[in-house]
Design a protein around this ligand. Sequence first.
Ligand code: SF4
Ligand code: F3S
Ligand code: FES
Length: 248
Amino acid sequence: MTYKASFRVWRGDAAGGQLHDFTVEVNDGEVVLDVLHRIQATQASDLAVRWNCKAGKCGSCSAEVNGRPRLLCMTRMSTFDENEVVTVTPMRTFPVIRDLVTDVSFNYAKAREIPAFAPPPDLAPGEYRMQQVDVERSQEFRKCIECFLCQNVCHVIRDHEDNKQHYAGPRYLMRIAELEMHPLDVADRRETAQAEHGLGYCNITKCCTEVCPEGIHITDNALIPMKERVADKRYDPLVWLGTNLFRR
Ligand code: SF4
Ligand code: F3S
Ligand code: FES
């Protein structure tokens, strides 16, 4: 079945822009990215939209559809009524390059700030041994496709540009948690998670988890356990005695 849909697409650049109206054909089984490609092919050949795999695996096509952070290639047109206006805007948290394409380099800078996996110095690669349960714990986090929708939705930086400097965001706090939970990682990441990567800014709103296209339980399985580990270190009476008595 084919019908005509009303689309509103934000067009502009760093200097500003506005929503443009399009009436465009939609066919059975199509996703929002298909319709944007049809707009490109028939009405606005210079419309900028980033995409790569069209299969929900590369994380390139992140944007906001009717105000909700989504992958354009995984948002079915059948989600909307035929009469509903579909509004597509770029991710709000990152600077616009052009139209629907944003500059996500903030995320790569945050990734570089996290110290790499630190195995015990006396173990050579190939000698690492782990329990299956530990392998499984971090498997979930490794499904991340780096779409940055969680980073985009988290109010700590979405609404407060100033916080960007001090906050790694859910994707990279999850990476810290993954390393902290790794049985062979010898670095203690609890102090820096709080002091340098802004774990304390997260107040567990869970919006990150709600928008994750991989269904990763970012809040429950990474952020809350990481907060608990930080609290254990700070309020553990033995740790307190160790740091306050033996320092004298
Ligand atoms: Fe995207 Fe989920 Fe990874 Fe965040 S954790 S970047 S939402 S895949
Ligand atoms: Fe932000 Fe997720 Fe915490 S949306 S406040 S990182 S639970
Ligand atoms: Fe790859 Fe959408 S185009 S995730």
